[in-house]
Design a protein around this ligand. Structure first.
Ligand SMILES: Nc1ncnc2c1ncn2[C@@H]1O[C@H](COP(=O)(O)OP(=O)(O)OP(=O)(O)O)[C@@H](O)[C@H]1O
Ligand SMILES: [Mg+2]
Length: 267
């Protein structure tokens, strides 16, 4: 569904992703790795927000269009984005924020205050209901809790009727209870609608609980790609280096303890 083919991205000559080849189909895929590993860069590159410096990204078998192209806009509509900071329009209601996702999916020039085709508002209300916010549809976004705002963000992404949801640290700004609610919703979407969900996550506990597949980056390279059951503490320690698992022993994990099909780039 989304595929990178020897993808490279640099910022002012500094590589952030190097020679990354990965194919992500359906299911729930977690992207992990230490700070600066390139997780957000990968999300932005998958969505075409930053162009590939080398190699390519393919969506449904078609290379992403050039920046500003009609093709890329069409492809981006099929990829719903969920952000760490929610990115809602604060003074608009929950419903209007979801309708913005709808506009992105239909006619970008149509104004919110103007005419809405029959069914648009109903669809937006239905999506708010799905994320448990039917009773908050007319509440201003900035009067919702963080967890509620993120649920609006998910409903807005769904309003685009995407095939993939890309979520960059969707729960990092949330308290544990709200985080669990948001994860349950993302997981439910993936399981019920058959959407692919790709999420950058920091908590290994969350990864182990919700993900069907884990991809780890380190220094811009793919260093682990497997089921979460193989993401043992030793593997995690290797991945994150010395700072990884605070409070745990810093003894080297030892490669002999790794599952046989795990290979790390030499650090
Ligand atoms: N806009 C930018 N300009 C210059 N360098 C950047 C920019 N964005 C990211 N980088 C650099 O690219 C590398 C990868 O950054 P990225 O944000 O993708 O990492 P990350 O894995 O998402 O980290 P974190 O867990 O802290 O969010 C880092 O070295 C970072 O400093
Ligand atoms: Mg990041």
């Amino acid at each position: 569904m989304i595929e990178t083919n020897r993808l490279g991205v640099s910022y002012r000559g500094q590589p952030a992703l190097t020679d990354l080849s990965v194919t992500i189909g359906g299911g729930f895929t977690a992207v992990i790795g230490p700070s600066g590993a390139g997780k957000s860069t990968l999300m932005r590159a998958l969505n075409g927000l930053i162009p590939a410096g080398s190699g390519q990204v393919l969506f449904q078998g078609t290379p992403l269009g050039r920046p500003g192209s009609a093709l890329l806009r069409i492809q981006q509509r099929r990829m719903g984005m969920v952000f760490q900071g929610f990115n809602l329009v604060r003074r608009l209601s929950a419903l209007e924020n979801v309708l913005l996702g709808r506009l992105a999916a239909t006619s970008p020039w149509r104004s919110l205050s103007g005419w809405l085709p029959h069914g648009e508002r109903e669809l937006a209300l239905h999506l708010l209901d799905r994320v448990g916010l039917a009773d908050h549809a007319w509440q201003r976004a900035d009067q919702l809790s963080g967890g509620q705002q993120q649920r609006v963000g998910i409903a807005r992404a769904l309003a685009q009727q995407p095939q993939v949801i890309l979520a960059d640290e969707p729960i990092s700004a949330l308290d544990p209870k709200s985080a669990a609610e948001v994860m349950a919703i993302l997981h439910g979407i993936q399981a019920q609608d058959g959407l692919a969900v790709i999420a950058n996550l920091h908590s290994l506990e969350t990864v182990r609980r919700y993900a069907g597949r884990v991809i780890a980056l380190r220094a811009g390279q793919l260093v682990f790609d497997d089921v979460p059951q193989r993401l043992t503490d030793n593997v995690a320690r290797e991945l994150y280096g010395q700072d990884a698992l605070p409070g745990e022993s810093q003894e080297p994990g030892g490669n002999q303890e790794l599952p046989p099909n795990v290979h790390f780039a030499s650090a």
